[in-house]
Design a protein around this ligand. Sequence first.
Ligand code: KG4
Ligand code: ZN
Length: 343
Amino acid sequence: MLCLGIESSCDETALALVDDGRLVDSVLASQAPLHSLFGGVVPELASREHYHYIGALFDELLERVGIKAADIDVIAVARGPGLLGSLLVGMAFAKGLALSLGARLIGVNHLHAHLLANGLEHALEFPALGLLASGGHTQLYRIESSSRFICLGRTIDDAAGEAFDKVAKALGLPYPGGKFIDSLARKGNGDHALLPRPYLRRDNLNFSFSGLKTAACQRMRELGLEGGAAQGAGLENFCASFNEAVADTLRERVRQAWSLSQDIRHLWLAGGVAANRLLREKLEKLAQKRDARFLAPSPQLCQDNGAMIAYAGWLLARDGYFHTLDVETIPRGKKIPDDMLKS
Ligand code: KG4
Ligand code: ZN
């Protein structure tokens, strides 16, 4: 079964083909250089760029793989959460293709797809605990199957990646700044006492990063590291302290969730922040302590990509799920309805 995946939820236009669970090829146009001029994603520009690139990327993918559009059995598209105007571009393209080709259509939850992308590189086993940490989301799930995700906790304010990006911006680093903080942190020595690990004593499994971000900006001012003034060891040590505070916070919540779900033997990490080395190390150690298997995608599969949508769509289609042409796109902050149909 050949499945085309279409991703356009934020600032990457990405398409990929998955055949019987294996990635055939993928194409991606990143808008990061455009949005970096504004220090963040500009929604109106993002949808225009998606519209500009999507058709040409589709042609390029078919040409590279050497297939005809009619060979595609399933069209999977990210239906949300994301920027509404951006999602609509991918959705309209997917519906047009499905209608003209007579292919099965499936709207994929972008967040679930990030986590399921681990299946492109490793066998997936259930139940699993899944941590999704990206620029727009931080969610903790109990995953029962490819189609059943139970949300245990989520951020109540900033996402982990957003905190990285905002602190990086205040330090005068380029956007998106998570990877720059990560690489500077590797050269520095973190001071555990410099920054708090906020919200962890609350009696739930949610996250909050805005307090940490505010504390980081305050310490930055006190240390004279603001707005690109910092360089060398001062900057590296500060990045190491911040990196450690975020990684500790994420790890601690996973540990707490796990203590309530003793039957789980699999921990999956995903999303842009999953590229963070310290976070991967901390979660791997946590899994080892529990004699569990830890999965995190390789760096190119951590960021938004078409392969994860194609793979998630393939898994769902294999289990008989599909949508009709009335499937809707869901913006960030709204619940994605459980409206898949089964054949
Ligand atoms: O999943 P993604 O590509 O897009 C969203 O759906 O948001 O995630 C992008 C986020 C950005 O906030 C970026 O700064 C962060 O992932 N990120 C990192 C690293 N690489 C990317 N954060 C921490 N450490 C990294 N190595
Ligand atoms: Zn994403």
